[in-house]
Design a binder for this molecule. Structure first.
Ligand SMILES: Cc1cc2nc3c(=O)[nH]c(=O)nc-3n(C[C@H](O)[C@H](O)[C@H](O)COP(=O)(O)OP(=O)(O)OC[C@H]3O[C@@H](n4cnc5c(N)ncnc54)[C@H](O)[C@@H]3O)c2cc1C
Length: 241
């Protein structure tokens, strides 16, 4: 079936399997119907319509952690305490079906610009970064830096894969930036300090392009820091969950 590139539509998908990163972070692998490919750009998200909550459907957005070339869709979900959407997803079993619509979002990387690329993510915010980095490695030749923030209590999802990619590609660097013990999961002052020192104070180079993804105010603080330091607005892309 011919599908217009990137036009959102509804799909009924089946949960194939899960991968547990920890008791509260899980990847869900979703199978599309055989005749219905979902055409998306790395970094985009889908909206799940869940039969949960007081007034179903409960609509929740999840970034695609898989690449368009992968076939199966992967989303990486945190269980939010008391959260109805994430709680529902953690209760799904292989074979269960979910209705989703997508793809959505301008936080994406289809064709990498020929400038240094910097990806900054906290926690599961690394999910949309994963397919973007894969795309950049497959199609460009510019330097790539991935700053993956986390803390001791949360799993560093996809870290082993990033380590492998960085060792196979000298133009890519991956760093984990752990917040000190006691910092709230959505915060990472160490990450903010590194971004400030390296990309604001260290030089006047302002050609880099950034992709930032995190839960809550950390995302917008990093975005505003970089835009305020002279990077072009459109060169600092940000997705706040
Ligand atoms: C574009 C977009 C993409 C997203 N992609 C993902 C994704 O790939 N994986 C994912 O787990 N979530 C993702 N989210 C968040 C997701 O849509 C839900 O908000 C989340 O699952 C909580 O829903 P809930 O019904 O369980 O809890 P709710 O009762 O709706 O709780 C909302 C609270 O949870 C916080 N929250 C939202 N996401 C997280 C999280 N991941 N970890 C901890 N706290 C969170 C919010 O800041 C808010 O305070 C995304 C959100 C957006 C807007």
């Amino acid at each position: 079936m011919a599908v217009a590139n990137g036009v959102p539509r509804e799909y009924r998908v089946t949960l194939d399997r899960v991968r547990d990163w920890s008791s509260d972070t899980r990847s869900l692998f979703l199978r599309l119907p055989a005749d219905s490919p979902l055409v998306f750009d790395p970094g985009q998200f889908v909206s799940l319509a869940l039969p949960a909550g007081d007034r179903p459907p409960l609509v929740r957005a999840y970034s695609l952690a898989s690449s368009p070339e992968d076939g199966a869709l992967e989303i990486c979900v945190d269980r939010v305490p008391g959260g109805e959407g994430s709680g529902y997803l953690f209760g799904l079993l292989p074979g269960d079906e979910v209705v989703l619509t997508g793809p959505f979002g301008s936080f994406k990387l289809a064709e990498p610009p020929p400038t240094p690329l910097v990806f900054i993510a906290q926690g599961t915010g690394i999910a949309p970064v994963r397919p973007m980095v894969r795309r950049a490695l497959a199609t460009g030749d510019q330097p790539i830096v991935v700053l993956q923030g986390g803390n001791a209590a949360t799993p560093m999802v996809y870290a082993a894969e990033f380590v492998e990619l960085a060792s196979a590609n000298p133009r890519m660097r991956w760093e984990s930036v752990l917040a000190v013990a006691g910092t709230a999961a959505a915060d990472n002052p160490q990450l903010e300090r590194i971004v400030r020192e390296r990309y604001v104070e260290a030089d006047d180079e302002r050609a880099r392009h950034f992709w930032i993804c995190a839960v809550g105010a950390l995302a917008t603080r990093l975005r505003d820091l970089l835009r305020g330091a002279g990077y072009e607005r459109r060169a600092v892309r940000c997705e706040k969950w």
